[in-house]
Design a protein. Structure first.
Length: 139
């Protein structure tokens, strides 16, 4: 995956919408639309195979809407331009993170000494609880 190609494509073809932002900014917040909502059509991302697109849809399923668009928002800055940059960077981070192939987990067993430590801990804990019982209660 070529990040620069992806960044350029997102900047050119991503659907940007602007809204009033929350947070600090004084009167700026009430007057200007600085919040950026970036929508990216996942099916049209360049340089990705069908398998990679499927992996994206699987891993980012909660962020992809019914029309197949990935939604990324940014309202961190008071500047609309800076929020646009932040949204593009977030989208790239999400996409590259979702495309990483994860190593399969190897099943392991606890060692003999780990089992022995666990049993010793259980016995010690049981002994402490037995000590707390009032005298005269026998089983």
């Amino acid at each position: 995956m070529d990040l620069e190609l992806m960044r350029q494509w997102i900047q050119e073809n991503g659907d940007e919408r602007f809204a009033r932002s929350a947070g600090p900014g004084g009167q700026n917040v009430n007057k200007l639309n600085t919040k950026v909502q970036l929508r990216i059509a996942v099916d049209q991302l360049p340089g990705l195979s069908e398998a990679e697109i499927e992996r994206l849809k699987e891993r980012l399923g909660g962020r992809i809407d019914t029309s197949g668009e990935l939604l990324v928002q940014a309202q961190d800055s008071r500047s609309q331009i800076r929020n646009r940059e932040i949204a593009v960077e977030r989208a790239l981070a999400l996409i590259s993170g979702a495309l990483k192939v994860r190593k399969p987990r190897k099943a392991t067993r606890p060692s003999f000494s780990a089992k022995a430590r666990r049993i010793e801990h259980k016995k010690a804990r049981g002994a402490v609880k037995r000590q707390r019982r009032p005298p005269g209660i026998d089983e």
